[in-house]
Structure formats: structure tokens, C-alpha cells
Ligand binder design. Structure first.
Ligand SMILES: [Zn+2]
Length: 191
């Protein structure tokens, strides 16, 4: 049985992320070591285009499908859901889902090892190009409206003890007692 057939059977002829039955094809989750159904998922054109970055990420509606698919019994689907939520994590709803999605250590390592632009070897840089590390303190260089938390983080606010994410454009930190994702381009490293 081919990989496509195996996955079509597993998914019941549906996109494993959004359940669309249209234009299904195999997506091998990088880093991949050859055709293996444990490391591949069946996806539709819409999902695949956005996963591979050929079409713009639809943060408005499409990926709400992950609310269901992130609970899949298939580890590969959960890993892919985690990666997409991570890319969307500036959206409050995506961060909420990410907070709920528990992956064990082995799966989390796999989820983070995407080898693409989000890999560890790309440093997280502040607005001046200084490398940010976990535990650093940063200052906001503009007012930022925090979606979902209903407040504005003011320019000049110091965020202490930041965490890095797998996306070099995002860091996490506490502002007004709320853990939020911040874009590293709006930050300046401080002492
Ligand atoms: Zn889909």
C-alpha cells in the first residue's frame, strides 16, 4: 500500500487538519527520513499551501480547525497542529489552544525540530539586531495593544526574564501579570 493510500485510510479521505475532502495530498513533516506514515499527514491544498508558505497564513478563520485536530490520536497531526499554532501564536485564540495542547517531551522535541525558519540556529534579535536570550530583560519601543487581554502595553515598559519561542520573531514575557507573546522587532534589550 502506498503512503497516500495508508494516509487516506487513516484519515477517512479527509484533510487531517481541517477535514476538507478536496485536493488531498501527502505532506511529509520535516525533518523527514523517507516515506513513513508516522511522519506524514494527509492535507488539503489550502492547508498545504499555508504550511509550506506558498500562500499567506490565514490567521482569521481557517486554522480554527486546529481546535479539533490538535486532539488527534495521530502524533504527526498533533505535532503539525503545534507548529501551526506556534506560527499563529500572536493571535490570542491560537495561544490559548497552544497552552492547552500538551505534548510529551519526545513529541515536543519533534515539534520544535522543524528545520525551517523557526529552527534554533536562527537567533532572536531585538529592534537593534542584538541577540536576545532567555532570561534577558527588554524594553518595549512602542505601545502594543495586547489582543485578548484588553490592555495596552506601554512604550517603555520593561519585561523581565523573557522566554524564547521556536519562532525567532516572537518572545514571551509577563506584562501586567499576563504572559504574552511579543514581537522581537518592537523590543530593545535592556540591563
Ligand atoms: Zn486542510
Amino acid at each position: 500500500m502506498s503512503l497516500q493510500q495508508t494516509l487516506t485510510e487513516r484519515s477517512n479521505h479527509k484533510c487531517e487538519l481541517c477535514t476538507s475532502p478536496q485536493d488531498l495530498s501527502v505532506y511529509e513533516i520535516p525533518p523527514t527520513d523517507g516515506a513513513n506514515s508516522d511522519k506524514a499527514i494527509l492535507v488539503c491544498e489550502t492547508c498545504k499551501g499555508q504550511i509550506e508558505g506558498q500562500t499567506e497564513l490565514d490567521a482569521g478563520h481557517h486554522w480554527r480547525c486546529l481546535n479539533d485536530s490538535m486532539w488527534s490520536q495521530v502524533p504527526a497531526v498533533q505535532v503539525m497542529a503545534w507548529r501551526m499554532l506556534n506560527r499563529l501564536s500572536t493571535e490570542g485564540w491560537a495561544q490559548d489552544m497552544l497552552d492547552m495542547l500538551y505534548l510529551d517531551d519526545e513529541m515536543l522535541e519533534w515539534a520544535k525540530a522543524d528545520g525551517g525558519s523557526n529552527s534554533d540556529d536562527e537567533p532572536t534579535l531585538d529592534s537593534n539586531g542584538a541577540v536576545l536570550n532567555a532570561g534577558d530583560n527588554v524594553t518595549l519601543i512602542k505601545d502594543l495593544v495586547v489582543k485578548g487581554a484588553n490592555f495596552t502595553a506601554k512604550r517603555g515598559t520593561i519585561v523581565r526574564n523573557i522566554s524564547l519561542t521556536s519562532n525567532p520573531e516572537h518572545i514571551e514575557g509577563r506584562v501586567n501579570g499576563t504572559r504574552i507573546v511579543l514581537l522581537s522587532c518592537y523590543l530593545k534589550k535592556s540591563n
